[in-house]
Write a protein that binds this ligand. Structure first.
Ligand SMILES: *[C@@H]1O[C@H](CO)[C@@H](O)[C@H](O)[C@H]1NC(C)=O
Length: 121
């Protein structure tokens, strides 16, 4: 009897953890950044903040380095960050943010690729 109760409690905790994972996963746009939470990916792009909100600002080299690496490993993640509410809160404008790879002169950027309703120039 007691052992059945223990089993039942484990089952409840197990289902709870699964639900929680699904919930958190959903917030992170279905893992566009793999195991990296989108928040962490966005934070690593903080040198780009100014340039992604201001088309006439110069893009700092530290930002270009990060963008270049992310384009290589996970362009989807970059797009997810750009479109995230987090970016919006930080003053990033997707229409300007999407021009950052070009402003960095990143040669292997995915030109013509869509990110939401924006196209990589
Ligand atoms: C955008 O950047 C330019 C060049 O650095 C600067 O002169 C201008 O004030 C900035 N605009 C805004 C809205 O921050």
């Amino acid at each position: 009897m007691a052992s059945n109760n223990i089993k039942a409690s484990f089952a409840v905790v197990f289902v709870f953890v699964l639900t929680l994972n699904a919930f958190i996963g959903g917030i992170d746009a279905a893992g566009e950044c793999g195991k990296t939470p989108i928040r962490t990916a966005a934070a690593s792009l903080s040198p780009c903040l100014n340039a992604a909100g201001n088309a006439s600002a110069k893009v700092p080299p530290a930002c270009c380095t990060k963008i270049s690496a992310l384009i290589k490993t996970s362009p989807k993640c970059l797009c997810a960050v750009l479109l995230s509410p987090l970016a919006k809160q930080a003053g990033i404008k997707p229409a300007i943010g999407i021009t950052v790879p070009k402003r960095c002169n990143i040669r292997n950027r995915p030109v013509g690729k869509k990110c939401g309703r924006y196209t990589v120039p």
